[in-house]
Design a protein around this ligand. Structure first.
Ligand code: AMP
Length: 249
């Protein structure tokens, strides 16, 4: 079985995002970029399936400009076998990404497609769902466990107040939640080996997809500054302030 993993290049989660002076977008100039953390979990799950002998090939795909090659190489260093980049000037909206991924799925015919549950830059949480709808294939979102037996995959999903396990006929789409696994680090020898693994670049035209967007970003605002806290010297003073100033007790 082949597993296809979709990964997105996003601002590194350790970086405090800054907004451009004209509020038109997040300022990405000279900012450290990285693999979306949920995509790292997707890679780890696919690589574990290969190590367990359940999958025989793991293909990683990303939609974006040449800079995304860096994240594809990281995925190859983490154990993916080959990479595909769909060349677009920047990451298009979710529906365009889903349409492009759907074409790659049609060409590659994987048994399983694994995506992150959401990209931490735009927090859309919709590409996997759109992909499943476009392909008319079952989806298991927010996966905290994935078990494959023959042509079925059982996905345990994190839902409000508990867990739900669903069984999907393959080929299926799975999106990863935080507790699915703990991704490994790439070793230096594997980073070197990854440089020689195949990375194919294809255009939306070659896939017969027109990339457009029905969404315009109007403005971005940073969160409101928090007010400084107040230190109290005793429990009595705390209770007095909670009662008379904050009026919460
Ligand atoms: P989103 O729906 O934007 O929150 O993203 C959810 C998941 O869709 C990500 O974790 C990726 O697995 C996938 N995805 C989103 N954008 C891209 C992209 N430009 N290239 C490849 N995969 C993507």
């Amino acid at each position: 079985m082949k597993v296809l993993v979709a990964v997105k290049r996003v601002i590194d989660y350790n970086v405090k995002a800054r907004v451009k002076a004209d509020n038109s977008d997040v300022d990405l100039a000279n900012v450290k970029m990285a693999l979306n953390p949920f995509c790292e979990i997707a890679i780890e799950e696919a690589v574990r399936l290969k190590e367990a002998g359940t999958a025989d090939e793991v293909v990683v795909v990303s939609v974006g400009s040449k800079s995304c090659d860096e994240q594809i190489r990281t995925a190859l260093a983490l154990g993916c076998d080959r990479g595909i980049r769909i060349d677009t000037p920047d990451s298009p909206d979710s529906l365009s990404v889903a349409k492009l991924l759907a074409k790659v799925v049609e060409q590659e015919t994987p048994g399983l497609v694994v995506l992150g549950k959401q990209a931490i830059d735009s927090d859309n949480n919709q590409t996997g769902q759109m992909l499943a709808a476009l392909l008319n294939r079952p989806q298991g979102t927010f996966a905290s466990a994935v078990n494959i037996s023959e042509d079925k995959v059982q996905v345990t999903r994190e839902i409000d107040g508990g867990l739900q396990t669903v069984e999907l006929a393959m080929p299926a789409i799975v999106t990863t939640d935080l507790r699915l696994n703990e991704p490994r680090y790439a070793s230096l020898p594997n980073i070197m080996k990854a440089k020689r693994k195949p990375l194919t670049v294809i255009t939306p035209d070659e896939l017969g997809v027109t990339v457009g967007s029905n969404i315009s970003l109007l403005r971005v605002d940073p969160p409101a500054e928090r007010q400084a806290g107040v230190k109290v010297s005793s429990v009595d003073e705390l209770v007095e302030k909670l009662r008379n100033e904050a009026k919460v007790i």
